[in-house]
Ligand binder design. Structure first.
Ligand code: GLN
Length: 287
């Protein structure tokens, strides 16, 4: 344990001790606090090998969540690996926003999650909105496999439809015409030129398609803003997560289409605008 900690410390990892404890308790199949009792037990050769292997992966920069194979999000456990982006705490702001809208209404709600990745958003909405139906889209087949696994793990696979495709092109527009109460997305929003400046953990290990938001990072907001309205019910909304400095641009993009009439913004715990929701403009029938 101490040797492992030194190995990670040399790499300059501030949380070396914590991470070592996480890896070791994972290997021993116990809780972290139990290490204070079990910490002096000699490791079997298999376990020692596994521990060394994990330390080495971490030392090279692989995110600890991929090594452990899981990440907690909205109080639920998600399997994660290199196929999908690791769910971030900020994304809980998006999920909470949607829950706030529908938690008290027992009516069935149909929600579309674009770029579902690990399924973090779709699965948590399905869990916390027991009357809901979800459609989850991703361009990557392997991400959808991970998302399906997470839906099963959390007992909601029967209420989520998984579709492969590039945003709305995954949906048949006649079948899904005005079908959704909400379209939600945490799209890739890092400007392409900035990906190289991110931490190794992100840059070298997380899927690039999950990060790259095009030249200015706003590519997916433009596409979603433009394409969502025909798929939304009359009172429908689009809610998206945004990068730390994108609130204004995202609002301009959505409102600039003339297809939305009301905006709501939510901040994350750091006080940064993190989620914006846009309500579809009501069509006034011609008289
Ligand atoms: N929807 C997933 C999440 O919020 C993945 C998002 C992404 O890959 N950009 O974690």
């Amino acid at each position: 344990m101490a040797a492992g900690q030194r190995m990670l410390q040399e790499k300059g990892l501030e949380s070396a001790r914590l991470e070592c404890e996480m890896l070791l308790s994972h290997i021993l199949g116990c809780q972290r606090h139990q290490l204070y009792i079990r910490g002096n037990e000699p490791l079997s050769p298999d376990r020692l090998l596994a521990f060394r292997d994990m330390l080495e992966r971490r030392r090279k920069g692989e995110p600890i969540q991929y090594i452990l194979g899981s990440r907690e999000f909205m109080g639920l456990v998600f399997h994660v690996d290199g196929r999908v982006l690791i769910p971030r705490w900020e994304t809980e702001v998006l999920v909470e926003y949607v829950l706030e809208k529908w938690k008290k209404k027992p009516a069935p709600v149909h929600i579309l999650d674009l770029g579902t990745g690990s399924g973090a958003i779709a699965v948590s909405l399905a869990v916390y909105l027991p009357g809901s139906l979800l459609t989850a889209v991703d361009i990557k087949e392997d991400a959808l496999l991970a998302a399906r696994e997470n839906a099963k793990k959390n007992g909601v696979a029967d209420r989520i439809d998984f579709l492969q495709g590039d945003l709305f092109s995954a949906l048949d527009s006649s079948v899904y015409k005005e079908s959704f109460d909400a379209v939600v997305s945490n799209p890739p929003y890092i400007p392409a030129g900035e990906i190289g400046k991110l931490m190794t953990e992100v840059r070298s290990y997380e899927p690039r398609v999950a990060l790259d938001g095009g030249e200015d990072g706003l590519h997916f907001y433009r596409r979603i803003a433009k394409a969502a309205p025909p798929f939304l019910k009359q009172n429908g909304l689009v809610a998206v997560e945004m990068g730390y400095d994108q609130s204004r641009s995202v609002q301009e993009i959505f409102l600039g289409t003339g297809k939305y009439e009301r905006t709501e913004v939510r901040k994350d715990l750091a006080g940064i605008d993190r989620v914006a929701a846009f309500y579809k403009r009501r069509e006034v029938p011609n008289v």
